[in-house]
Design a protein around this ligand. Structure first.
Ligand code: MG
Length: 278
């Protein structure tokens, strides 16, 4: 084939392909397919489009629909825990937030737990934490804090780098119930990252309809997968549920100077997709 014929043939092909593309409308979905258990057809054209969320340029930073709970300087989303007994060391009748904000982090002081003013249900939480370097204390007394979803359900925070303790109290554990799948703890002094997906329990009056479930990534490593919770976290007892609505995110004061930064949350409704088509 000489050059001229090749160019002509190529041009014809381009014309044919572009004509074909103009004629053919893209298939965006179907209405004649069998139904899924959800009630939607397979590839249903009417199934609602998920909303657009703009991811952050750097992974770990808040995406467009996140509520930023601590950006390094502003701790106004937080309040202290009310303690009305003047004889107690952590006496705090107004519930003031008394943790330290400095150098881009929030540091636990021995003044009681802090919690968000806003309450949450199902959610995705990103939180970074750091324990003291050099470390001090052993077992449960080394960098202990905790992340309590809905003010009740603790994902343990602990310096577990060469620090043996009971397995269901390790960093990344569902405290008192389920050890992490692996120990992904970095050295003390390094920033550690939790990404937590939490499905709140469902109640009908006082009756539990569905337990809470938690999935936890610890420094990017899966340590809990959709783990069903037994109830409100507790020490040396089997947890039980008590009926409740949305709850604050609470950070524990365990008398260790653990630090937190880059805290953001996305509100979710993890049962929404079960909604049947109208
Ligand atoms: Mg704890």
């Amino acid at each position: 084939m000489n050059k001229r014929i090749a160019v002509l043939t190529g041009g014809l092909l381009v014309v044919m392909v572009s004509l074909g593309a103009e004629k053919k409308k893209p298939i965006l979905g179907y209405t004649d397919t069998p139904k899924l258990p959800s009630g939607w057809c397979v590839h249903d054209i009417d199934r609602p489009q998920p909303p657009v969320v703009t991811p952050a340029g750097q992974i770990g930073q808040p995406p467009s629909d996140a509520i930023v709970l601590f950006d390094g300087t502003d701790a106004s989303a937080w309040e202290g825990t009310v303690q009305n007994n003047p004889k107690k060391k952590k006496y705090n009748p107004e519930g003031e937030m008394r943790w330290k904000v400095e150098n881009g982090y929030l540091e636990c002081t021995p003044t009681g737990d802090i919690k968000t003013k806003q309450k949450f249900g199902d959610c995705q939480l990103h939180i970074e934490w750091q324990t003291a370097n050099p470390p001090h204390g052993d077992s449960q007394h080394r960098g202990n804090s905790g992340i309590f979803l809905q003010d009740r359900y603790e994902t343990q925070v602990l310096d577990n780098y060469n620090n043996p303790t009971y397995a269901d109290g390790m960093a990344g554990s569902v405290y008192g119930v389920k050890p992490p799948l692996v120990n992904a703890c970095k050295k003390p002094g390094e920033w550690q990252v939790y990404d937590i997906i939490f499905q709140a329990p469902r109640f009908d009056g006082d009756k539990l309809i569905s337990p809470a479930y938690v999935t936890v990534f610890f420094n990017g490593v899966l340590v809990q997968f959709n783990e069903p919770l037994l109830g409100t976290s507790t020490h040396r007892k089997v947890p039980v549920y008590e009926s409740h609505g949305k709850g604050a995110l609470r950070l524990q004061d365990h008398n260790n100077d653990t630090r937190f930064r880059n805290i953001w949350i996305r509100e979710l409704d993890l049962t929404k997709d079960d909604t049947k088509p109208e």
